[in-house]
Every structure is written in C-alpha cells, then in structure tokens.
Design a protein around this ligand. Sequence first.
Ligand code: ATP
Length: 465
Amino acid sequence: MTAPNIETIVSLAKRRGFVFPASEIYGGLGSSWDYGSLGVELANNIKQSWWRWLVHERDDIEGLDSSIIQNRLVWKYSGHETTFSDPLVDCRACKGRFRLDKLQDVNCPKHPSVHPGDDKECDLTEAREFNLMFRTTVGAVSSEDDESALAYLRPETAQGIFINFANVLNTSRRKLPFGIAQIGKAFRNEVTPGNFIFRTREFEQMEMEYFCRPEDAPRIQQEFIDGFLDWFDSVGILRENLKLYEQTPEELAHYAERTVDILYRFFPEREDEEKQFDELMGIANRKDFDLKAHSKKPEDAEGKRLNQDSTEDLSYFDEQTKQRFYPYVIEPAVGVNRTLLAVLMDAYSEKTNEKGETRVILKLKPELAPIKVAVLPLAKNKPEIVAMAKNLKKQLLPVMRTVYDDTGGIGKLYARQDEIGTPFCVTVDHESLEDNAVTVRDRDTWEQERIKVSELKEYLRKRLD
Ligand code: ATP
C-alpha cells in the first residue's frame, strides 16, 4: 500500500515528529521545514545507505565535503550566473508570480479551479529570466550591493566536486574511471516552491560525478540508471511507483548529451496518470563540459583562453595511450528530501485491528527505521519489570537503536511504534521475571514470539538484517 496523497504524510510527519513547518511560532516561512527527532534519523539513514552503497561497497568512488560558499568565479565559469534561471511571469490581475514552464502545476490564486493564464481575467506579463541563486556578501562590507564581496549559496553540490577534481585525483592516485560523491545542502530561490518537502528553497542533495573515457560514458550511464532503480528498491520505494523519463532535445541542459530522470508517483490522487509522476532524480551525461569550463587551457578559435581565471588544467593524462583529454562525466543527482518523501509514502499502510479500528503502520525497511527496537514494560508500577526492561534497553543499545517507553497502555505503545516504523517491540511482563524470556512483536504481522533474554540480541540482529 502507498499513502493516498502527500497530505496524509504531512499530518503523520507533524503528529509523530518527523517534519515540522519551519519558523512556525512566527507564522512560518514559505516552504521551509524542520526535521524532528525521527525525521533527522530517517534522513541520516537514507544518506548512510546511499553513501555505503556508492562510496564503501563499490570501491571506485571517493567521498568529498566541499564548502557551501565558494569563490564567485566558480559560478561564473560553471554558467550558473548567466543560465541558472527560471522563466517568470506575473499576473497583473491577481498579482501572482509563476514559473512559465510550471503553470499547469499550480492554481490561480483568484480562480483556484483554473491554472494561471486559463481564465479570461488572467493578464500574464511577458516572461523574464529570474536567477535562482541566493546572494550573500562575504566579510565586513560597506554596502550590501558591494560586487567585490558578492558570493552565492551553492545551488548544487556538483561544482564543488569538479573544482576538486585534480585534488582528489592526485591524492587518491585513481585512474579512470572513478567517481567523487558528495552529500550536502543546496539552495535555490525557487519561484514556486511547495508540495511539502518536494520543492523547497533549502534542500539536500546526494550527487556523484563519475569520470570516464568518452566512449564508455553511454554504457556507464545506463549502468547507473539500472543501479539506482535497484537502490530505490533496497530502500523500499516500489518499482510500480517509479518511471523513467528520457529528456527531449529541447529539455536537455546545453551541456548534456543524454539525461534520464527517474520519476516517482508523488501525486497518486491526480486523475491524469501522467501528472501523478514528478522528478525524484536525474542521471545526466554532462560530457566534458565542466572540467573544461574550469580549466585554464581550453581556447576559442582565435586562441583566447575560455577561462581567464583558473590556475589549473583539469585534464587527465592516460599513461597507456600517452594521451591527454578531459574526461566525460556521468552524474546521478538525487534529492535527500524527495527520497525521504517517497520512502514515507511507500512505507505508509493501514491495517484494521480486532476492534475494527484503523491503525497506521509505517513499513520502513529496518535499515531506515529511526528506531529499531522499543522495549516496553507491561506494568510500569512494578519496579522489577521496569528495571528488567531498562536493563534490556541498555544491553541492546550499542548494537541497535533502542528506546524504552512506558508512557501509556501496551495497546497505545504498540500503535505508536507501528506508526513511526519501529520493526520490533519487546515486552517485559510478569512472567519474564520467572522465565527470563520476553515477547517480541513484529510490526508488520503483529505476530508475537517468546524469546529467551540470553538469545534476544542475536535474534533481533538476524531479523533486522
Ligand atoms: P526540478 O526540475 O524538479 O526543479 P531539477 O531538474 O532542477 O529539479 P537537479 O538540478 O537535477 O533538479 O537536482 C537534482 C535533484 O535534487 C532533483 O532530482 C531533486 O531530487 C533535488 N531537488 C532539486 N531542486 C529541489 C528543490 N527545490 N527542493 C527539493 N529537492 C530538490
């Protein structure tokens, strides 16, 4: 089962402490969200899963953590200063401001049953380009407009990787093909953010730039497309809710040879099946655009340097063929927040108990679950039971994230753990004091098993794997 819509997840997320509206006590800040105790654990587990899969298990990818604020020249030569913009239109009638290419995704504020531009009263201006980069100034400056101190919050993590290509190559002694991976915040002054954490102005990306020979790029790109479908499966995102989308020549970025987006069914409630899907990630063949753009060597037809400021040549020397060239780059770029939303939507399920009540179960993969085990005392007024339960929690804690909870009756405690996706509850009861055994309850089947305390850790570890 999948959540029927994003709203279901918004309310669960707030009720249980995954995600809260940011700056809420001051009236909020458009489309900003704070991650609560469970949300931050879930996001960390998603990032860890991605990092382990790419950086640790493959052994041909290095990690990196570059600065959010870089020299402004990075964004000049990457092309962001001139081309990282969205076409913006204003409506003279309703005073709304919209992205020209997303008019069909939003409703007119004055006539919510139609899209902007579709009502006879709508009066849209000509489109103008709006740069999405957040500007700031670095150091103590005399004026906010001081161009010499101008800097940007990075709108993507990728450029931090390209400008470190030579550093990583030289220190890791890698040979092609190899990749550099980075997870971090990115900032875009989006014209129309919205749909919960789907589109925000501050978000987190997991990007990897894989450097290879030009002739290998098409094959490697296809391998990452297939690989990411497998990774999404491993974190519990259903294949039936994913779709591949091949960008058309008109949609392709100027530097890209081929880009395939993996779309997720973020909007299952929409009638038109096509509109149910939106981008979860993109996998682009960026050719040699980025390394060339940041290099001091390349020249135009008249012999003038294309990059006047770089001090480095980011080309690669192949020892075998004795040739120097700029590697091609395959870039799988995925959003942490969109992945988290998709994971929550596909983990969402409902089950009816014997009293006919509907219960929510979050069937998260154990690897992603914020809490792996909850230890619950059947009677919180019995000191021996409480002591045994607290002791068990202490024993399990170093091996798996375990919590102790006695804040309600057992039915309520089970329901709470089901709703936040805890795979196992361990209940200590009166009998436990006699037989040194506890009841282990499975989140998904609600089946209970009696397990000896001496075997508990091993039993849970196996089941969690
Ligand atoms: P979109 O077309 O939805 O604006 P994009 O193609 O500009 O996205 P990329 O630049 O390819 O996005 O960034 C890679 C990934 O980062 C996206 O697939 C998405 O998961 C995530 N992402 C991009 N912009 C946002 C945002 N404003 N809020 C949340 N996640 C985002």
